[in-house]
Design a protein around this ligand. Structure first.
Ligand code: FAD
Ligand code: MG
Length: 321
């Protein structure tokens, strides 16, 4: 990348999130196509509006299977596979609990215990029944709802990368708010800030440098509310129905595909630092940065990124050193 070439940034608000595209050429037409692609997927996946293919599936819960487009079917199939292992904290059928808590939306409050227990019965991932031949999805119990909020941005970030690559873009970046996907390597790498939990937006604990990688961060500080002096955040434990409660403030995943980043941030949120590191020992393609409430930053490994600590209130623990 020549040093004097400028970055062109294009922004939009989609999926309730600020979206940023960076290119090294001025290309409004391409930026427009990228935002249109994101919008098209949002229209298929959203559960924040009355109409989408996922809403069609949810409305037919307990009644009939619904045939959907290839993208929706593929993503649901992938999300189900991540959800069914008993130790998984990921659950694509978490919808009824997400809707009941409303965390990050108006009217959020702690539901009565009896409501949570009742809703747990209709959030079982095995009750999402798939038919490859018909490309159809059937939610076996009335009231069930699929929620792809934890995974759809990753899928979309990967499709944006594919489009940019097809259009001959060698260096570019798309940030979907939590999911960053990069192409190529300007000046030796893309520098991506790691947000300081519960601090003002833009305050960083560290910087991650990557080439051709996805960087996904999931944090309890992103969407939460407080009630009676307690904080309730938006990543729910599918086994209890309450927000996941452990030593973590955030998990960041560095991987090739942002879809993997999305699945693994949620899995590792559930696992915590110790178990999470053991799981990753068998996945050299997935690397994690854990930020704990005790102000420690654990790096599971650093094969595919460089990390710079920017806040000396935090202690860096490099598990590979
Ligand atoms: P992640 O940690 O990746 O995911 C957390 C989200 O996943 C939760 O918000 C919940 O939806 C779901 N979830 C919670 N627990 C689990 C679990 N155990 N397993 C699996 N999933 C879980 N926001 C708006 O404010 N307005 C909108 O109109 C809007 N539209 C959207 C449309 C689409 C297609 C998508 C993908 C997102 C949209 N959002 C919208 C944002 C959405 O509500 C979530 O806040 C966002 O997807 C969370 O992503 P994250 O990476 O921040 O968090
Ligand atoms: Mg996610």
């Amino acid at each position: 990348m020549p040093k004097d070439e400028s970055v062109y940034s294009y922004s939009a608000v989609l999926m309730g999130s600020p979206i940023l595209l960076k290119l090294f050429r001025r290309d409004e037409a391409l930026a427009g196509r990228v935002f249109a692609l994101i919008k098209r997927y949002e229209d298929l996946f959203t559960v924040n509006r009355a109409e989408s293919e996922v809403m069609d599936i949810n409305r037919a819960a307990g009644q009939r299977p619904v045939s959907v487009s290839a993208a929706v079917y593929q993503l649901i199939k992938c999300a189900k596979a991540a959800s069914v292992p008993p130790a998984s904290a990921f659950n694509l059928a978490i919808g009824p609990l997400v809707k009941r808590w409303r965390i990050g939306f108006q009217g959020d409050s702690v539901p009565p215990e009896v409501d949570i227990q009742a809703l747990l019965a209709i959030t079982q991932p095995q009750d999402v029944l798939l038919d490859d031949a018909r490309q159809s999805v059937f939610l076996a119990k009335p009231g069930m709802e699929i929620d792809l909020g934890a995974i759809a941005k990753g899928y979309i970030a990967d499709r944006v990368r594919d489009l940019l690559r097809k259009e001959g873009v060698r260096e570019g970046l798309i940030n979907l708010g939590g999911n960053v996907q990069t192409l190529g390597a300007p000046e030796g790498g893309w520098s991506i800030g790691l947000q300081k939990p519960f601090a003002a937006s833009g305050e960083l604990v560290g910087a991650i440098e990557v080439v051709d990688k996805s960087v996904v961060t999931s944090g309890t500080y992103e969407r939460y509310f407080e009630q009676d002096g307690r904080r309730y955040h938006h990543i729910l434990n599918p086994h209890t129905g309450y927000p996941l409660d452990n030593e973590l403030d955030s998990v960041t995943i560095i991987s090739t595909d942002s879809l993997d980043g999305d699945i693994w941030t949620t899995l590792l949120y559930g696992a915590g630092v110790e178990a999470g590191r053991q799981w990753l020992a068998r996945r050299p393609d997935i690397e994690a940065i854990f930020v704990t409430k005790r102000r420690e930053i654990f790096l599971s490994s650093r094969r595919h990124f460089r990390f710079t600590l920017l806040d000396d209130g935090y202690r860096l623990i490099d598990c590979t050193a």
